[in-house]
Design a protein around this ligand. Sequence first.
Ligand SMILES: Nc1ncnc2c1ncn2[C@@H]1O[C@H](COP(=O)(O)OP(=O)(O)OP(=O)(O)O)[C@@H](O)[C@H]1O
Length: 256
Amino acid sequence: MATHAGGLTAVVEVPADAPAVAVRGLVRAYGEDRVLDDLDLELGAGEFVAILGRSGSGKSTLLRALAGLDHGVAGTGEVRVPDQVSVVFQDSRLLPWARVLDNVVLGLGGARRAARDAGRAALAEVGLAGRELAWPNELSGGEQQRVSLARSLVRSPQLLLADEPFGALDALTRIRMHTLLRDLYARHRPAVLLVTHDVDEAIVLADRVVVLDRGRIAVERRIDLGGARDAADPRFAAIRTELLDALGVDRKDVTA
Ligand SMILES: Nc1ncnc2c1ncn2[C@@H]1O[C@H](COP(=O)(O)OP(=O)(O)OP(=O)(O)O)[C@@H](O)[C@H]1O
C-alpha cells in the first residue's frame, strides 16, 4: 500500500481489513484558494463510490491526489491507496502509433507472451476480441474507452480511478458503457472512485455517492437500490431529486 502525504510517497504496513482508500485532512491549494479543504474520505475494499459536484468543486483534484499525480501542488494531509491503482480519463489517452493490443500491454511487466495473452483476454472482456491489431484512430470513441478499460483491467487494479470516463460519449454509447463497467466491476471487484457530472450515472453505478462542495463533502448518500437499477423506479427518482438538491440544481431546469 502506498501513502502520498504532502507530495511524498512512502510504503507502510496496513492491516488486511483496512479500507482500500483512506484520505485524512486532505488540503490542496492553488495560491490562497483551498480546492480541497480538510477532506476525509474512506472507500472499503471493492466499494464503488461516485463523486458529484459543481464545476470547480475539487473532484479532479481529489482524483489526482489519489492517483499520486499532483506532485508540486501545495497541500497537507494523508492519502492511502492500494499498490495497484489504475486511472481512466475522459479521453482514452491511447498512443496513436501503437496498435490496440500494444496499447493495452505497454509497460506491463513479466513475460511478453503472458502479457499479450492477458491483453487479449482483457480486450475480449470489453467486447473487442478481433480488434487487437487495429490502430486507435480506426476505433469509435466508445471503443477507444473500451481499450482504456482493458488497459486498466489487465493490471488487476485494487483501485480504479475514473475521471468522467464516459463524458465525451453519446447517450446510447454511454448507457452501453455503464452496463460494461457494471459487469467488469461485478467480476473483478476493485474499489472504484468515479468522478462524474451525470447524476443518473452515479445512481446507476455506485454503492455510495459523495457530493463535493468547495472541496468539502456536502452530502453522502448510500444507493440502496440493489443490483438492477431502473430510472423509472420512484426510489431512483427520489435519490435523483435529493442529489440535484445537494448540487443546488433547480428541478425546473432539469424538467424544462
Ligand atoms: N493547475 C491549476 N492551477 C490553478 N488552479 C487550478 C489548477 N487546477 C485546478 N485549479 C482550480 O481548482 C479548482 C478545482 O478544480 P478541479 O479540476 O478539481 O474541479 P472539478 O470539480 O473537477 O471541476 P470540473 O467539474 O469542471 O472538471 C478550480 O477552481 C480550478 O480552477
